[in-house]
Write a protein that binds this ligand. Structure first.
Ligand SMILES: NC(=O)c1ccc[n+]([C@@H]2O[C@H](COP(=O)([O-])OP(=O)(O)OC[C@H]3O[C@@H](n4cnc5c(N)ncnc54)[C@H](OP(=O)(O)O)[C@@H]3O)[C@@H](O)[C@H]2O)c1
Length: 271
C-alpha cells in the first residue's frame, strides 16, 4: 500500500513528538512542524520544518515546503497547543487570546490550508487534539478549557461538512500524560502574591502537576493514534485517559452540577 503522508503540528516536544515518532515507526511519511524546528530540534524519522500555527505566513511557507517534499497530505494532525494556568477573573486578555490563537485559531488555519488539497484527492483525515478539558472544566485552566471546548464544537461541525468530500475527523481527548511538558507550563501574570486566588491556585496547580507526573504513557497515545489511522473508518473520538478521568467525564454528564462541582472542587483542594 502507498505510504500515507501525515502533516503534524506541535511535534517538537510532548505528545506531538511521541505521536510523530510513533507514526513514522508505523510506516507513515511524517512531515512535522513546530517553531523550534527552525532552531535545531528534530523528531526521529520525520521531516522537520519550522511552523508557527499563529502566523499565516509561516503556515503558507510550511505548506509549500511540505508539498514540495511529499505532496498533499492524507492526514493532518493538529497537536500544537499551549496552556497558561490562571484564574478566570485575572487572566490578561492577551493571555486568553494567546491560548485561543494557538489551540483553536491555529488548528482552524491549518485545516483551511490542508482541506483544499484533501478535497482534490477526494479523501483525507483530520485529527484534532482536544483534551479531557474539552469536555469538562477544572479550576485554573479556564483559558485552556475554553480553547479545547472550541476545538470540540468546531470539529463536530467540520466532520459534518467534509464527510461528503470523503474526509473524516477525529478528536483526540487525552487525560493527563507524562509528557514532560510541565516545564513549559506558564502561570498567568494575574496570579500575584496578593491575589485572592493565590492560595487556592498554588494548591490546585500542585494537584495538576502531580497528576501530569503520574499520568499515562505518551508512547501509548502515539501508538493508539497510529492504530486508529490504520482503521478503515476513523473513530470520531479517541479518549486516552486514566480510569478516574474517564469516570469524571461520565459523572460530569450524569450528576447535578452542584454535586459534580463539589467533587471536582474538593479534588483540587487536596494538599
Ligand atoms: N500533556 C498532557 O497531559 C495533555 C493532556 C491533554 C491534552 N494535551 C494536548 O496535547 C497537545 C500537546 O501537549 P503537550 O502537553 O505535549 O505540550 P508541549 O510539550 O508543551 O508541546 C506543545 C507543542 O506545541 C508546539 N507549539 C506551541 N505553540 C506553537 C505554535 N504557535 N506553532 C507551532 N507549534 C507550536 C510546541 O513546539 P514549539 O515550541 O517548538 O513551537 C510543542 O511541540 C496539546 O494540544 C495539548 O493541549 C496534552
Amino acid at each position: 500500500m502507498e505510504k500515507q503522508v501525515v502533516w503534524i503540528t506541535g511535534a517538537s516536544s510532548g505528545l506531538g513528538l511521541h505521536t510523530a515518532q510513533a507514526l513514522a515507526k508505523n510506516g507513515f511519511t511524517v512531515v512535522a512542524g513546530a517553531r523550534s524546528f527552525g532552531k535545531g530540534k528534530s523528531a526521529e524519522g520525520c521531516e522537520c520544518l519550522p511552523l508557527d500555527v499563529t502566523s499565516e505566513e509561516s503556515i503558507r511557507a510550511f505548506k509549500e515546503r511540505a508539498l514540495a517534499l511529499h505532496g498533499a497530505p492524507d492526514v493532518l494532525v493538529n497537536c500544537a497547543g499551549m496552556l497558561i494556568l490562571g484564574a478566570c477573573e485575572s487572566y490578561a486578555l492577551n493571555e486568553l487570546r494567546q491560548v485561543m490563537e494557538t489551540n483553536f485559531f491555529g488548528q482552524a488555519a491549518m485545516i483551511s490550508a490542508a482541506l483544499p488539497l484533501m478535497r482534490e484527492k477526494g479523501r483525507g483525515r483530520i485529527v484534532n487534539f482536544s483534551s479531557i478539558n474539552g469536555l469538562l472544566g477544572i479550576p485554573f485552566e479556564g483559558a485552556y478549557t475554553a480553547s479545547k471546548h472550541a476545538v470540540e464544537g468546531y470539529s463536530e461541525c467540520l466532520a459534518l461538512e467534509v464527510k461528503p468530500f470523503g474526509i473524516e475527523v477525529m478528536l483526540v481527548e487525552p487525560g493527563d500524560h507524562r509528557s514532560g511538558s510541565r516545564a513549559y507550563r506558564r502561570h498567568s501574570q494575574g496570579i500575584t502574591d496578593d491575589s485572592p486566588y493565590k492560595a487556592a491556585f498554588d494548591i490546585g496547580t500542585g494537584v495538576i502537576a502531580h497528576d501530569e507526573e503520574n499520568g499515562s504513557d505518551p508512547d501509548r497515545l502515539g501508538e493508539k493514534i497510529a492504530k486508529a489511522l490504520k482503521k478503515r473508518r476513523l473513530p470520531r473520538r479517541l479518549r486516552v485517559a486514566m480510569a478516574d478521568q474517564h469516570l469524571a467525564v461520565i459523572l460530569h454528564d450524569l450528576l447535578p452540577a452542584p454535586l459534580f462541582d463539589r467533587i471536582i472542587g474538593d479534588y483540587y483542594k487536596q494538599k
